[in-house]
Design a protein around this ligand. Sequence first.
Ligand SMILES: *Cc1c(COP(=O)(O)O)cnc(C)c1O
Length: 351
Amino acid sequence: MSRFANRRLQTLTPYVPGEQPRDRRYIKLNTNESPYPPTAAVAKAAAEAAAGLQLYCDPECTALTAKLAEVLGVAPTQVLCGNGSDESLNFAFMAFCDASTPAVFADITYGFYSVFAELHGVGADIVPLREDFSLSVDDYIGKKGTIFIANPNAPTGLALPRSEIERLLVSDPTRLVVIDEAYVDFGGESCIPLIDRYENLLVVGTFSKSRSLAGGRLGFAVGNEALIADLRTIKYSTNPYNINSLTAAAGLATLGEEEVSRARCREIMATRAWTTEQLQALGFTVLPSSTNFLFAKAPRIGGGELYLALKEKGILVRHFNKERISDFVRITIGTREQMERFLFAVKEIVS
Ligand SMILES: *Cc1c(COP(=O)(O)O)cnc(C)c1O
């Protein structure tokens, strides 16, 4: 740390992304990316956009925003694109939390929430998940602050029905609820259809998981016009050109092929069901997943041990050395062939 670091930086613990090693080729099941590359049409759109890189990109992302709004069934004024949903979440922390409006979130959830809370010096009111890792809306009903819920949750993979989120929204219309739907396309129920009914609802989504665009960095926030206008003020106060032209073109082309993305999600969900059965047959505990990953506990060996043994065999999964979940690993669902190789390695390790 330099001698110039300010007080907040001196105590800040940054987010730790899943490893992206370059030393050898791994089967990457550690960061919940799609195993399927962007289609030829998406790659072509990005390549064509490259010809105009001498110009600044459109700060309004006009074409992309219009198409995204159409796909989501909302008005363009109800959507704001972000540089990954990480940026959309960051904007939400900046806009809707402060010292007297803490962020309220689960003890086991997306790691960035606590980082953003620290970064922006807002309080964090941490609500433990239940013993079985389920999230009970009842634990949030009386809470003051801005609630952040990943639904489906990560790394547990568990989902809440929309009706439960609605119960939370109704319980206090003066309190904002942010629903992070990074994994909703793998079997969750989106809250986007509720945005016209509840002005205290903001939904955040991403192209990283279900739309094969993690490296493009494209996310979005959806909510009523006033909430989106607030986020827009933050965007124009930090980074007006937050979506580069290549990503805007790739995102627009991706939305032109929604059926491809949906078919890929169905494929992943089928592979997820098959992998779950196989792991259970080997004695694993596997939480029921509504995402593109499994959260699983091996018989006899710990999560850290399994992670290392798999890495040795060229397979990366994610292990969180954290209270309550250190016995588990998070396994991204890849292609059927990748999962066959994963299971082959797992069998060697646990038997
Ligand atoms: C992956 C993930 C995100 C962030 O994704 P981006 O790549 O920044 O869009 C946000 N929330 C959760 C719960 C995630 O797992």
